[in-house]
Design a protein around this ligand. Structure first.
Ligand code: IPM
Ligand code: MN
Length: 352
């Protein structure tokens, strides 16, 4: 395309600060091309909810659909009851746009100190299912507030939903040098969903004969993420397990300030265009404690911009952004820099 229509949801807290730098790097990355970025800013998050009671209206959603991609900063504020913005905005976007591939790469860059004493090489991606599992909101409560209160959160797992994300994970494993896929679940306890996942991986493996697979229960996976993260290449897992292990995965590569993510709907129309815009966001939250101080690290957002470029077919520009992140981290050492300094340096490196 000659222009990328980008929906910008800066959101709450440090979201605005990091998104500003992400956009700066995106512009720098495309400077050498004839592609321009057309941004539409969406006023969504705590401010909007306080002002109007809305989280994400049908009109917002319809308008967001008219874009090629979404760049999101962070959603959430202590002044809003827990769950309101998470369910009503962030998860509503993921579910409405059918972002079934929640992609979360973990790479320990040179120059970054891992909290692990002996991290070895860390370079894996988690393909977290994004539209099912315990996140569907399928549950309820009985006898609320009584000693006999009952609360259920039912995990929804469909053959269709599992198969499409598993196939995507195999495609990613196939494209990587080690070609290895690990299924993470808990089929010794969650036997219905667990065995559906296991059978699906086995079946789809037939289409990808050169990809090797193994299986770990989620509890064991957390041990290996600490003791031997180098054993992982691609991990595929359900929505909730994926949420939990990707925070651990962020911690071992130097912290959540570096962890990028993409909520992808890879499906295309007959004309080759995507059926819906995918959404790119740092894994971290709105960090109200440091908001407005210019000290949030925009690296995770910039690394998410690299994922955005790759998704839209700008492979070269995506690699340039990733290389800038790697070079910056290698040189940064323990120096503390402001949000704008890091963004400026990254933009300068990308522009070359
Ligand atoms: C994440 C977050 C979200 C999730 C919350 C804020 C709904 O923790 O992106 O990992 O659980 O997916
Ligand atoms: Mn999370």
């Amino acid at each position: 395309p000659d222009s990328i229509r980008l929906a910008v949801v800066a959101g709450d807290g440090i979201g605005t600060e990091v998104v500003e730098q992400g956009l700066r790097v995106l512009d720098a990355a495309l400077a050498g091309t004839d592609v321009t970025v057309q941004t539409t800013e969406f006023d969504l998050g705590a401010r909007r909810w306080h002002a109007t009671g809305e989280t994400l209206s049908d009109a917002d959603l319809a308008s967001i659909r008219e874009h090629d991609a979404i760049l999101l900063g962070a959603i959430g504020d202590p002044s809003v009851p827990s769950g309101v913005l998470e369910r009503g905005l962030l998860l509503k976007l993921r579910f409405s746009l059918d972002h079934y591939v929640n992609l979360r790469p973990s790479k320990l860059y040179q120059g970054v100190r891992s909290p692990l004493a002996d991290p070895g090489e860390i370079d894996f991606v988690v393909v977290r299912e994004g539209t099912e599992g315990p996140y569907t909101g399928n549950g309820g409560a009985l006898r609320v507030g009584t000693p006999h209160e009952v609360a259920t959160e039912v995990s929804v797992n469909t053959a269709f939903g599992i198969e499409r994300v598993v196939r995507n994970a195999f495609e990613r494993a196939q494209a990587r040098p080690r070609k290895h896929l690990t299924l993470v679940h808990k089929h010794n306890v969650l036997v219905h969903a667990g065995h559906l996942w296991r059978r699906t991986v086995e079946a789809v493996n037939a289409e990808f004969p050169d990809v090797t697979t193994d299986y770990l229960h989620v509890d064991a996976a957390t041990i290996f993420l600490t003791t031997k993260p180098s054993r992982f290449d691609v991990i595929v897992t359900d929505n909730l397990f994926g949420d939990i292990i990707t925070d651990q995965a962020a911690a071992i590569i130097g912290g959540i300030g570096l962890a990028a993510s993409a909520n992808i709907n890879p499906d295309r129309e007959a004309d080759g265009s995507f059926v819906a815009p995918s959404m790119f966001e740092p894994v971290h939250g709105s960090a109200p404690d440091i908001a407005g101080q210019g000290k949030a690290d925009p690296t995770a957002t910039v690394a998410s911009v690299a994922l955005l470029l790759d998704h839209l077919g700008f492979g070269e520009q995506s690699r340039a952004v990733e290389a800038a992140v790697a070079a910056d981290l290698a040189e940064r050492g323990d120096r503390v820099r402001s949000t704008a300094e890091v963004g400026g340096d990254l933009a300068a490196r990308v522009a070359g």
